[in-house]
Write a protein that binds this ligand. Structure first.
Ligand code: IPE
Ligand code: MG
Length: 216
């Protein structure tokens, strides 16, 4: 979800308002995915690198997470959405972390869309953590499945489609292991402008891709 800051700049607004607008776009994306039967949606909400932003912006983002959880809790339940998180939740202030924990446990029995928020997430950190887990369990991974089983959330299948908004054409440390065969879709649209129509267009394009997984 990239481009909140530039969206705000273009509208002569403070960056914080770009992030607020970004939450609206996320609300619409979750709703659309649920409606059209997408089983898994994972969003990059906050990276390990984002901790290097100015303190004021970080505080604003953490407060926005807290208020958005409050505002969306009921709707997520009603829409049968199951919320997961991946990343170092322990980096979050207690107030935000416990809100996320409650959201995850309250929605655990829901059977619709699995909506995963990557928070304080880094792909390399995830792989390093998998090594540590293996060491602690004294288990040497013998297959790719063994490694996948050590990742933050082994219940998540590898993504079919990655969408990056905001014009950059890079992965930026997102789901490095899981993206091996994922179709990549890059759009200049800034995240707050990424609406239902844009999402459906991305999925439509994905439908025309030929996936060969190294075969012919
Ligand atoms: C993405 O928007 C949102 C988060 C990382 C939380 P940015 O804040 O990166 O927006 P730009 O890239 O400055 O436009
Ligand atoms: Mg950015």
């Amino acid at each position: 979800m990239d481009g909140n800051g530039r969206w705000a700049h273009r509208h002569s607004l403070p960056r914080a308002l770009g992030h607020q607008q970004g939450v609206k776009a996320l609300h619409e994306a979750v709703r659309t995915c649920g409606d059209i039967g997408v089983k898994y949606l994972t969003v990059y909400a906050f990276s390990t690198e984002n901790w290097h932003r100015p303190r004021k912006e970080i505080t604003g983002l953490l407060n926005l997470m807290a208020s958005s959880i409050d505002a969306e809790h009921l709707g997520l339940m009603k829409n049968n959405v199951r919320v997961h998180t991946i990343g170092h939740a322990s980096d979050l202030p207690d107030k935000v972390r416990t809100k996320f924990q409650k959201l995850v446990s309250d929605t655990a029995q829901n059977t619709g869309l699995t909506f995963t928020l990557a928070i304080s997430y880094g792909g390399r950190a995830e792989i390093l953590d998998a090594f540590r887990k293996a060491m602690n369990q004294k288990k040497i991974p013998e297959s790719e499945q063994d490694i996948a089983a050590m990742l933050y959330d082994p219940s998540l299948p590898d993504p079919d489609l990655l969408i990056r908004t905001g014009g950059e054409k890079r992965i930026s440390n997102f789901l490095l292991w899981q993206l091996a065969y994922t179709e990549l879709y890059f759009t200049d649209t800034l995240w707050p402008d990424f609406d239902k129509k844009e999402l459906l267009a991305a999925i439509e394009e994905f439908g025309h891709r030929q996936r060969r997984f190294g075969r012919i």
